[in-house]
Design a binder for this molecule. Structure first.
Ligand code: BTN
Length: 243
């Protein structure tokens, strides 16, 4: 463990940083299961088995990205909104550097329609903890992105947001997370809705298609279909925008 605070935040300590690890989410889950306190942070320069949503891998060149996982224990009424809250915090950090920052439900952060950050929340509600994992592409060059993602992904630098050291992004990100986690659900939802990338767009998922119509107060996606309005839970569907 290393103990230098990166930001004036109530989260981020104790911190465990490694040059290379399989997955910061895996490590943070293990720490949480062993009783690590609220705010414990795991970071790395590189992951050998980074995990994304829906069992997909998360790949980032060494030293190019914020790769972090937080153990969170005191989530209170906003716990169910954690994925959306984290996306808003990432967007807060990107705002000064780039324009056109939006969020694709539930928590992909886009710059000009390209994914720049992914968020993976895992947890043991019965043991009262969650792990919040964030991968944020900071300095990844366009040609370093996996070929299959070059049309749909970007980084802060590739999007024209300038050069930033990973540690200089991590501090503001922890501060933004701390602030957003302390807000009431209504405030977080209002900020999320201002950045809703899908609102009014045609979307499809395994069992249907329709037009995205925002989120309800639980963070579930509302979709207007030919058969009426349906509500999609983030844990259950993989959603695509029909372009
Ligand atoms: C997604 O968009 O599919 C979520 C990606 C989450 C990736 C981050 S990188 C840090 C943390 N450790 C992991 O193994 N995954 C998350």
């Amino acid at each position: 463990m290393i103990g230098q605070p990166r930001a004036p935040a109530g989260i981020g300590l104790p911190r465990s940083h490694s040059r290379r690890i399989d997955s910061t989410n895996r490590a943070a889950r293990d720490l949480a299961a062993r009783g690590a306190p609220h705010g414990t942070l795991v970071t790395t320069d590189e992951q050998s088995a980074g995990r994304g949503r829906s069992q997909r891998p998360w790949v980032a060149p060494a030293g190019s990205s914020v790769l972090m996982s937080l153990v969170l224990r005191e989530l209170g009424e906003g716990g169910g909104l954690l994925p959306l809250t984290a996306a808003v915090a990432v967007a807060d950090v990107l705002d000064p550097w780039v324009g056109d920052v939006s969020i694709k439900w539930p928590n992909d952060v886009w710059i000009s329609g390209r994914k720049t950050a992914g968020i993976l929340v895992e947890g043991r509600p019965q043991e009262d903890w969650a792990v919040l994992g964030i991968g944020l592409n900071v300095s990844t060059a366009a040609e370093e992105l996996p070929p299959e993602l070059r049309d749909t992904a970007t980084s802060v630098a590739a999007a024209g947001g300038g050069a930033h050291r990973i540690e200089e992004v991590l501090g503001p990100l922890l501060t933004a997370l701390d602030r957003r986690l302390g807000q009431k659900p209504a405030e977080v939802l209002a900020a999320w809705r201002e950045r809703d990338a899908l609102h009014g767009s045609a979307v499809s998922w395994d069992e249907g298609e329709g037009v995205a119509a925002g989120v309800d107060d639980s963070g579930a996606l509302l979709v207007d279909t030919a058969g009426g309005r349906v509500t999609l839970d983030a844990g259950e569907v993989h959603l695509s925008r029909i372009v």
